[in-house]
Design a protein around this ligand. Structure first.
Ligand code: FES
Length: 362
């Protein structure tokens, strides 16, 4: 294609037909320096609430034989970010472990968060560390609040809590009562004495007669999921939190109920679906077979006990590792396409195809 000669630029405001040498130099300098100087501001920054902050344990109280509640406040006594029922905090424990605990206090209290932690002696060590290390006056780094279990305030609500699963559900019940919803709370556990936050559940029951039910296994047997769901009025939304077997049973029984929505929060890894065996290869050449009934995280932790994790459900991102080769079957709810394309993998839930090998940067 023929090109035409470039037109002569018009003279500037002062009638000069050549650019001013000082201004041209300034322009060249600013086009190089300004983007460099402001690069930090153009990077995506985590939202305010995602940045960990140090909080002080202002009060620690026993809320069951094996559970403690912690009241966390800002060291300067300042206000804390808002939260809604169903939200949780990420606690970064002194060992570096990161664990998530539902908020169980009052969302209107802008000066304190409250979490309750049940001791799991054969767990991953997080709850034991909270019980052992977080005395009154100690500091702990906290990220959040985040909400993966939001309460939508449907007009008819059935709340089901198993044991310590009452923590996110209690603020939902208070909110349902405040907004005049048609609500019912069922709190289940092995014995009445073992139920966490039982006093607060009792208070709610006294204030709202007929809306709160406590079911102890040693009195009436382990409640059946269909029986629990039978309490849901037509078109109700069900919110459930508790042990994995209870949630699995509720999911199976849900289609036969009168409710129209089931929301739940797990404390443990979800069941493996359509999982196949594959292999992990570490940088030192070790090959770790991952059977169909175990996660890559479980296998890695057996070989490398310091492998970090938190939610085990593919949403917190703590277990992220870099894959050097191999195709990942991504099953998380966290990584962006760009992160996946860069080779990131959440080993708590993601896997590989049958017989494949993933080489990890570990
Ligand atoms: S442990 Fe939370 S995403 Fe894997």
């Amino acid at each position: 294609m023929p090109t035409s000669p470039r037109p002569t630029p018009p003279p500037d405001l002062y009638g000069r037909d050549r650019p001013d040498r000082f201004l041209a130099g300034l322009d060249r300098f600013s086009s190089w320096y300004v983007p460099l100087a402001t690069r930090r501001d153009r990077r995506p920054r985590p939202p305010e609430d995602d940045r960990p902050r140090e909080l002080t344990v202002a009060r620690r109280a026993s809320v069951a034989p094996d559970a403690v509640a912690l009241r966390l406040v800002a060291p300067d006594g300042g206000m804390l970010p808002r939260w809604q029922p169903g939200a949780h905090l990420d606690l970064e424990l002194p060992s570096g472990r990161r664990r998530q605990y539902s908020l169980c206090g009052d969302p209107a209290d802008r000066y304190a968060y409250r979490v309750a932690v049940r001791l799991v002696p054969d767990g991953g060590g997080g709850s034991a560390e909270v019980h052992r290390e977080l005395a009154e006056g100690s500091r702990v780094a906290v990220a959040g609040p985040r909400n993966a279990f939001p309460f939508a305030r449907e007009p008819r609500v059935l709340l089901i809590a198993g044991g310590i699963g009452v923590t996110p559900v209690l603020p939902m019940a208070r909110e349902a009562a405040w907004h005049g919803l048609d609500w019912t709370l069922v709190h289940t556990g092995r014995t009445r004495d073992s139920l966490p936050l039982a006093e607060e559940v009792d208070t709610l029951a006294r204030r709202h007669p007929g809306r709160v039910e406590v079911l102890a296994d040693d009195e009436g047997g382990v409640p059946d999921a269909a029986e629990l769901l039978a309490r849901a009025p037509q078109g109700a939304a069900v919110y459930a939190c508790g042990p994995a077997p209870m949630l699995d049973a509720l999911q199976r029984a849900f289609p036969g109920s009168a409710a129209t929505a089931l929301h739940f929060e797990r404390f443990t890894a979800p069941p493996l679906v359509d999982a196949r065996p594959f292999t992990l290869r570490l940088r030192d050449g070790r090959e770790l077979p991952v059977p169909a009934d175990r996660s890559a995280l479980e296998v890695l932790r057996a070989a490398e006990p310091a492998t970090p994790y938190s939610c085990r459900q593919g949403f917190c991102g703590v277990c992220r590792l870099r894959v050097l080769s191999g195709a990942v079957d991504h099953r998380d709810h966290k990584l962006t396409d760009a992160q996946r394309a860069a080779g990131d993998m959440l080993v708590c839930v993601s896997r590989a195809d049958d017989g494949a090998c993933l080489e990890l940067d570990v």
